[in-house]
Design a protein around this ligand. Structure first.
Ligand code: F6R
Length: 242
């Protein structure tokens, strides 16, 4: 696992965007794995700027997002479908049919999870997966205790995650309690992974991810075992590292 320490959020976002652009420009049919949340917003803005300045094109790019809340339609402003459109897709030259997120309104959630897995497999593999980090060590919505051999599945969000995500909703009670998430094994099959973390509130989790034991109690720790995982952290998030 490679650790890159940078000064601040801007530098983290810039470096991550350079690596994404590099991957796109050096892969024939690039497949990106994308995350939502606050952390990758700067990265997405940089990608929009680079696309506008003709430094990168998304015409051949396919994307798969990590997760979606169950019960929210894709046009719900709190859905991850909506987030991705607003923060990235509608501003770049990507083919909308090449962007994929789980359908949180699917009538058969189990089937939806299976279909999502199958679609990723049919596309090949994710060439570059972007991850954020939950303060409790979750990656995607794989909460502590999730099996390392999990595939795309329905998951129940823990209280800590509901509280952390309540900032996006009018009321905490509006945060959905369940989500569809790519599994840990599905994520680990990506050719390359970049995890981003910024800010003091991620410092403890980053320390455990980098220096702690590999355990299902702290899902992100599995990245220590990935052959091409890079962690880009700003000074605050890296502040507890030895
Ligand atoms: C989002 C996701 C989550 C977030 C994590 C950190 O698609 O999979 O694991 O990456 O909760 O969220 P932020 O970036 O808002 O701190």
């Amino acid at each position: 696992m490679k650790i890159i320490k940078v000064k601040d959020y801007q530098e983290m976002s810039r470096l991550a965007s350079e690596q994404v652009i590099d991957k796109i420009n050096n892969t024939e049919k690039p497949v990106l794995g994308l995350a939502t949340g606050s952390t990758p917003e700067g990265l997405y803005q940089n990608l929009i700027d680079a696309n506008k300045n003709n430094l990168v094109s998304f015409k051949n790019v396919t994307t798969f997002n990590l997760d979606e809340y169950i019960g929210l339609a894709s046009d719900d402003p709190n859905s991850y479908n909506y987030f991705m459109n607003e923060k990235l897709f509608k501003h770049i030259d990507i083919e909308p049919s090449n962007t994929h997120l789980p359908n949180g309104k699917a009538t058969d959630i189990e089937q939806e999870c299976q279909d999502y897995e199958d679609l990723i497999k049919k596309t090949g593999k994710v060439n570059l997966q972007i991850l954020g980090l939950g303060v409790n060590g979750h990656i995607a919505f794989n909460e502590p205790g999730t099996s390392f051999s999990s595939r795309t599945q329905k998951t129940e969000l823990v209280e800590e995650t509901i509280e952390a995500n309540a900032r996006f909703f009018d009321r905490k009670e509006d945060v959905p309690t369940h989500a569809i998430t790519m599994g840990i094994e599905s994520i680990m099959e990506s050719e390359e992974i970049i995890l981003l973390a910024s800010g003091k509130n991620k410092a403890k989790a980053i320390k455990q991810l980098v220096e702690g034991e590999v355990t299902e109690d702290f899902p992100a720790s599995i990245l220590q075992k990935h052959p091409h995982a890079t962690i880009i952290v700003d000074q605050d998030a890296a502040s507890l590292l030895e």
